[in-house]
Write a protein that binds this ligand. Structure first.
Ligand code: HEC
Ligand SMILES: [Cu+2]
Length: 474
């Protein structure tokens, strides 16, 4: 911040000098103070602009090829602008002149460039910035129109560079500035194509055929499954005005962007000038954006999703905004849950002690099946021995949480679970995705975990799982 101010001051001083010394130069060119763009890692972004006059904004964007997790235990080589997916957000004012420096680090393996949708000119800067590793390219453009614009690499094969994470956004604020809000966040959705299946462990390569067929393995927010959940969840207080700059890098998949539990007060459709009010879901094209504003009113988790829901629940497009604040029963209050009069109680919480279901039996065939389901579906997270990973994946072996209500564990496997959970005195706050398994497999794996890993008795039958599925909340 300090350096930025110093730079502004230096820019002003040199501009003043230049003007008094040589009055011949175009005043609009020389009079511009120079500002170096501050670059922050998403979901953060540079602060609102308070200037009322144009400036020359110098942006130093570094292309970095980095290997990191795309999902817990799954690694991937990302190509990035500034080391993050999405690339660092650029924030300028309508009428500013942007001097963009693209640096392709010497350790990188490939040539890269940048095409900014905020540029009026050929290729958005692509041809001028195409450089091999170990080079720097610059070009200058005037931010003529306000809006939220995507930038991306445009080096062949373009789809591959974008699929590896080479996209970000530039916000051009209108001359009069933007209305103040309490929180701003920067989120981009992208589709990824790996050789292995969703969450297959280890380092994964890029699968060009899946990309061509537009069959992503991952659809995620901010470059990784879990980038906005658990400890990385976004936060807000009730009654705060939240503004989200949301874009889709793609390369292929359009987003039906929705926040479960909120209504958008305003949506600046397609990142442009006009807004629509009271919107539930907004469509964002690949290479496009939107600005949404909403005001959480009650405490709890709001869930960001692509409402093309198998992407959310089976490919990673889920994020959380944890809202704190006092309860507001006049806006939202929990009622009761009870069985219908005359209905056979299904859930144990609702079962009358007298109507306890007959003991469940699991034969040897079901136990073997349970072990097979466990090994292929649960062991990657909960570990082959069921002991979990401290602080990340709770244990299933000797789990007090499991033992207290084994029957209800089938709900967790069926519907997934997220949020605060305490197992054997340790706190966890992760996301378990719903498991795409048959009724038989869910009953088998729960009984396997109950009998083999918790020394208990079988707790659930396939028929009970089928009933749970039928009564599943949307
Ligand atoms: C991708 C990782 C992942 C996979 C795969 C997974 N879980 Fe989980 N599971 C979690 C996480 C994370 C939690 C904690 C969720 C939270 O904090 O709210 C959890 C919680 C649980 C719990 C409740 C807590 C406990 O320790 O008793 C049970 C039961 C459970 N999982 C069973 C299963 C079963 C059975 C399978 C396989 C069919 C499975 N899980 C597959 C990640 C996973
Ligand atoms: Cu590139």
């Amino acid at each position: 911040m300090k350096t930025q101010l110093k730079l502004v001051a230096a820019g002003l001083a040199s501009a003043v000098l230049a003007m008094s010394a040589v009055n011949a130069a175009t005043p609009s060119e020389t009079a511009l103070p120079t500002i170096t763009q501050e670059l922050l890692a998403p979901p953060l972004l540079p602060p609102p602009i308070t200037r009322k006059t144009p400036a020359k904004v110098v942006v130093n964007l570094t292309v970095e090829e980095v290997e990191r997790e795309i999902a817990p235990g799954t690694r991937y080589t990302f190509w990035t602008f500034g080391g993050t997916v999405p690339g660092k957000m650029i924030r300028v004012r309508e009428g500013d002149t942007v001097e963009l420096h693209l640096l392709n680090l010497p350790d990188n393996k490939l040539p890269h460039n940048i095409d900014l949708h905020a540029v009026t000119g050929p290729g958005g800067g692509a041809a001028q910035t195409l450089i091999a590793p170990g080079n720097e390219a610059t070009f200058t453009f005037k931010a003529l129109a306000s809006g939220l614009y995507v930038y991306h690499c445009a080096t062949a094969p373009v789809g591959m560079h974008v699929a590896n994470g080479m996209y970000g956004m530039i916000l051009v604020e209108p001359k009069e500035g933007m209305a103040p809000v309490d929180r701003e966040y920067y989120v981009m959705q992208g589709d990824f194509y790996t050789n292995g299946a969703y969450r297959a462990p280890g380092l994964q390569g890029f699968d060009m055929q899946k990309a061509i067929d537009e069959k992503p393995t991952y659809v995620v927010f901010n470059g990784a499954d879990g980038a906005l959940t658990g400890a990385n969840a976004l936060t807000a207080k009730a009654n705060e005005k939240v503004r989200m700059y949301f874009g889709v890098g793609g390369p292929n998949i359009t987003s039906s962007f929705h926040v479960i539990g909120a209504i958008f007060d305003r949506v600046y459709t397609e990142g442009g000038t006009h807004y629509q009010e009271n919107v539930q879901t907004t469509m964002v094209p690949a290479g496009g954006s939107t600005i949404v504003e909403f005001t959480p009113r009650v405490p709890g988790n709001l869930t960001l999703v692509d409402h093309s829901l198998t992407r959310a629940f089976n490919k990673g497009a889920i994020g959380l905004l944890a809202v704190s604040g006092p309860d507001r029963p006049e806006i939202y209050s929990k009622g009761i849950k009870k069985p219908l009069a005359g209905a056979v109680a299904a859930a144990p919480a609702a079962a009358k002690p007298a109507a306890k279901p007959a003991p469940v039996v699991a034969d040897r065939a079901q136990q073997l099946r349970g072990k097979a389901v466990y090994d292929s579906n649960c062991s990657a997270c909960h570990q082959p021995d069921g002991k979990g990973v401290a602080g990340v994946f709770p244990p299933l072996a000797n789990s007090d949480f499991f033992q207290q209500r084994p029957y209800e564990m089938a709900h967790i496997v069926l519907n997934g679970r997220n949020g605060e959970i305490v197992v054997n005195g340790e706190h966890y706050n992760g996301v378990m995705p719903p498991q795409d398994l048959s009724d038989d497999d869910i009953a088998a794996v729960i009984n396997y975990v109950g009998v083999e890993l918790n020394k208990g008795t079988p707790a659930v039958t396939p028929a009970q799982v089928r009933d749970m599925r039928k009564s599943r909340q949307p």
